[in-house]
Design a protein around this ligand. Structure first.
Ligand SMILES: Nc1ncnc2c1ncn2[C@@H]1O[C@H](COP(=O)(O)OP(=O)(O)O)[C@@H](O)[C@H]1O
Ligand SMILES: O=C(O)C1=C[C@@H](OP(=O)(O)O)[C@@H](O)[C@H](O)C1
Ligand SMILES: [Mg+2]
Length: 173
């Protein structure tokens, strides 16, 4: 049976973009935990955080992770999904976890070009570059320890998809 594929990484690493293309390449379903949460609550991430705080959002995104997990499905997670140990354990047990790794400058350029404030309210109150630097200091080890595979997400989406197909192919069945 084909397992779930979880994409993790910082904001702007391309989890949502690459996830859709990867699902298409594999003939898998695609879900995004933030999109699922928005559908269920009829609220944007910013609205959920304004109403319930980041703690409330984290609890709801953890519920989304469990709700969307299914075989033969590519799951784009939100950048903070790995903060919870239960989420890290769950993803590793349920499927294959792929970390989309990119440098601060690459992430910042993408987020500056396309901030999408309703999806990405500030986490720290800092500038985009300072926030990404701080977040990577806090999370890099979590992304690494949770992942079965890490790919270089600085390349164009189709190349990132190909890298993922390459690392998956020995294990996929
Ligand atoms: N590999 C890539 N190369 C260039 N731009 C990208 C790439 N992946 C994503 N983007 C762009 O970066 C922005 C954030 O992508 P998104 O998929 O929403 O990232 P994430 O879900 O990891 O936050 C979007 O504007 C998207 O078009
Ligand atoms: O890194 C984070 O803590 C977050 C990343 C966002 O998802 P993307 O990584 O898809 O932008 C979204 O879940 C929320 O704004 C929190
Ligand atoms: Mg996303």
């Amino acid at each position: 049976m084909s397992l779930s594929i979880y994409l993790t990484g910082a904001r702007g690493s391309g989890k949502t973009t690459v996830g859709q293309a990867l699902a298409q390449a594999l003939g898998y379903a695609f879900v995004d935990t933030d999109h699922h949460l928005q559908q269920v609550t009829q609220r944007s991430v910013a609205e959920i955080v304004a109403a319930a705080g980041w703690e409330g959002f984290r609890q709801r995104e953890s519920e989304s992770l469990r709700a969307v997990s299914a075989p033969a499905t590519v799951i784009a997670t939100g950048g903070g999904m790995v903060l919870s140990e239960q989420n890290r354990d769950f993803m590793r047990q349920q499927g294959t976890v792929v970390y989309l790794n990119a440098e601060v400058g690459t992430l910042a350029a993408r987020l500056q070009a396309f901030p999408h404030d309703a999806q990405r309210p500030t986490l720290t109150g800092r500038s985009i570059v300072e926030e990404i630097e701080q977040i990577l200091v806090e999370r890099a080890a979590l992304y690494q320890q949770t992942a079965h595979h890490m790919v270089n997400a600085s390349h164009p989406p189709e190349q990132v998809v190909q890298q993922i197909l390459n690392v998956l192919s020995p294990a996929r069945g």
